[in-house]
Design a protein around this ligand. Structure first.
Ligand SMILES: [Zn+2]
Length: 186
């Protein structure tokens, strides 16, 4: 955790293309927004496909030993708008299903009495089905193929964690623990 934000643990892999609109009208058009979304997911394909090539792997030097490693993505750290970009859920607070992790309705978003069987998690399977049946609006996702649907060993809706940096590095987690403790004691 202490090394997370140090420069020596970071590695720049690539620059992502930015699609420019010719004017504001074009910028706000659904067509342009979809081109931006598609370009992002296609770029991810170029960037990340080598990770999922079966005969691939890297030699990693660790404690003076060479280890054969197959890298995988386990988590995507993001803020809320970035989580929408990765999961392709609607970037609007007025969205009917604003959570990128599950299908909770906006009316129930702050309902603390919901139990777990009233919450349906998003998965590659159910989202892909809505995309195929042209019912993606019912679950508040964009009409764009999600690159991660073809990636094994990851559920993009669960792996994208908004504000993990704030949560772990900026002590929000401790605050939440103490807050909950005080609440229980009350
Ligand atoms: Zn949720």
């Amino acid at each position: 955790m202490y090394s997370r934000n140090k420069p020596d643990v970071k590695q720049l892999l690539a620059y992502l293309p930015i699609i420019k609109a010719k004017d504001d009208t074009q910028k706000k058009s659904e067509e342009h927004k979809n081109i931006v979304r598609r370009t992002f997911h296609k770029s991810l394909k170029f960037l990340l496909s080598p990770l999922y090539n079966e005969d691939n792997g890297i030699e990693l030097e660790l404690n003076n030993r060479i280890l054969w490693c197959i890298p995988r993505i386990s988590m995507i750290i993001s803020d809320w708008p970035e989580a929408c970009t990765f999961s392709l859920t609607y970037k609007s607070t007025q969205s009917n299903h604003p959570c990128h992790f599950c299908l909770v309705s906006k009316e129930n978003l702050s309902n603390i009495n919901l139990n777990s069987n009233q919450i349906e998690p998003r998965s590659h399977k159910n989202m892909k089905l809505h995309y195929k049946n042209n019912t993606e609006k019912n679950v508040s996702i964009e009409k764009v193929r999600n690159f991660f649907w073809n990636v094994p060993d990851i559920n993009i809706y669960a792996a994208t964690v908004p504000d993990r940096m704030h949560h772990l590095d900026l002590d929000l987690f401790h605050y939440q623990l103490n807050f909950t403790k005080a609440l229980i004691l009350e």
